[in-house]
Design a binder for this molecule. Structure first.
Ligand SMILES: Nc1ncnc2c1ncn2[C@@H]1O[C@H](COP(=O)(O)OP(=O)(O)OP(=O)(O)O)[C@@H](O)[C@H]1O
Length: 273
């Protein structure tokens, strides 16, 4: 090894440093992409299997080693299926040139601020009146396929419109409302339900739908609970519960702007976040 390193020219050294740097940065971005999602648990499981293969051989456990090797092959086939949402998001990021670049949605800050204000105001009113609501904000992943399951609206976002959409027993209240840029794309949309269990809580279907869309896409889903009046936000496969009005505005602003620091400190999390 030392002999090999000694034989390298300056350009060889430079190429090796760039090579290792690229792989390290790629792994780091991959880690950021799956951080906080159910994929982390799967990656841990896979790492254990990969470690156990050489260890079982070293210990002379030949049958265990054989079985683990077969599991390794099965994992290769199963991975694209299990990680389909994460792979899809990673490829979308790559296609949009975001895998190696920081930042979320390049939008006019004024427009984002206004839309977020309207959403926060609507959520505040809906929470006070204990009206259940599910509002999904599109980011880079297109939500057209989910909007198509609902009723097209195509109207400028306003607190009054959002509140009106969730009035109980009206035709559009059941399901999710989807927002693209400054417009409400659709209402009464059906979202995929998560199958991941959030520790410490029994989630109803509204919250499971919010988590589901946050796993399948990079969208931000805001939920108002009919039962408790709590406002929660699902993003990247995690549910942040019981967010207060001011914190909701700040949290959403951070999620819609290029990231400069972790937004984790800005909001309150309930027991199940
Ligand atoms: N897959 C889905 N996509 C979109 N909306 C859904 C979906 N499943 C349920 N909902 C919405 O959630 C409502 C039912 O909420 P439910 O009470 O089961 O959930 P919850 O998480 O306990 O919410 P809450 O705290 O408001 O009671 C439905 O009437 C519907 O409006």
């Amino acid at each position: 090894m030392l002999g090999y390193l000694g034989s390298l020219s300056w350009s060889g050294w430079l190429l090796s440093v760039v090579d290792i740097g690229l792989v390290a940065y790629g792994l780091y971005r991959l880690f950021l992409l799956i951080r906080g999602t159910r994929a982390v648990q799967l990656v841990k499981g896979i790492a254990i299997v990969l470690l156990a293969v050489p260890v079982s051989k070293w210990l002379g456990l030949y049958t265990t080693h054989m079985v683990l090797q077969d599991i390794q092959v099965m994992l290769l086939v199963a991975l694209p299926v299990v990680f389909q949402p994460e792979l899809r998001r990673a490829l979308e990021h790559l296609g949009q040139g975001r895998f190696f670049a920081e930042g979320l949605v390049p939008r006019e800050e004024l427009e984002v601020g206004r839309v977020i204000d309207e959403i926060a105001r609507a959520c505040d009113h809906l929470a006070r009146s204990r009206t259940g609501a599910l509002i999904v904000i599109e980011r880079q992943t297109g939500l057209g396929e989910y909007a198509a399951t609902g009723i097209p609206i195509d109207a400028v976002v306003s607190a009054a419109l959002l509140e009106n959409l969730f009035v109980p027993n009206t035709p559009l209240h059941d399901g999710a409302c989807i927002i693209r840029r400054d417009r409400v794309l659709a209402a009464a949309a059906f979202l995929p339900l998560t199958d991941s269990a959030q520790p410490g809580s029994e989630l109803g279907s509204r919250h499971r739908a919010a988590l589901g869309i946050s796993e399948q896409s990079d969208a931000v889903a805001v939920v108002v609970s009919e039962e408790t009046g709590w406002i929660s936000v699902a993003v990247e496969g995690r549910l942040h519960r019981r967010i207060e009005d001011r914190a909701l505005r700040e949290f959403l602003m951070r999620l819609m702007r290029p990231r400069t620091q972790s937004p984790i400190k800005l909001w309150h999390r309930g027991t199940a976040s």
